[in-house]
Write a protein that binds this ligand. Sequence first.
Ligand SMILES: [Zn+2]
Length: 239
Amino acid sequence: MNICPVCTNAAPFLDYRGRSAEICQDCSSLERTRSLFLCLLFTGHLKSYGTRDFRPIVHHFAPERSLYVRLSARHTNPNYFCYDFFPEIYAFAKEKISKHDLCDTQANQKLPLADVIIHNHVLEHLPVDWRRVLRELNSRLMPGGLQAITVPTRRGRFDEDLSDLPPEERKRRFAQEDHMRIFGDEDVIGMMAAEGMKPFRISHYLSPDLASVFGVKNSYDLDAAGRAGGSTVFYRENI
Ligand SMILES: [Zn+2]
């Protein structure tokens, strides 16, 4: 039996895109979604969650429905904002979502200061310096605020190419036709650390059994072994 920490549904997670027990039957959360939610929860950034006082200022890029429902407190949090370069593809968020280009420094600088900034598997798509985007978003954190992210990560080292590569070459090198880069477990922790982003040590918070129940066992095992993967959350708190 699994319990989804995002939606609290108790049912086995289903296999998804070749990964076993990956997707929640109710809210469609994936392991990285659940890991990120647990990071927000365990690092104390969801204060008043579940009460009427829950209204943190949130910037959520490429929003997942599961986190959208929770962080918007079912549309009662007036301070929840979500964005994408293609907002029209998010039918569930059509009244809330706006167009935002993370490559646009001026647009990033205009974002209101936030308590929580999150994005899952977004940086690999941006045809600009990903470090600059991270820095620009970190500069939009309130005192005490947090940016938390995940990035696709393979065995080996970071690879990137911003030139005009054919899509099939991008798929071969970066796992998808529209990826500009891919991170590697040999250097991602150091590269993120250089930007002040540290890995969320999920193995410090859960037992292996609970990690299995919550569907974050892969993140747990990698973390316990000192490695990172595509569900490893990196975060920075503006302290
Ligand atoms: Zn769920």
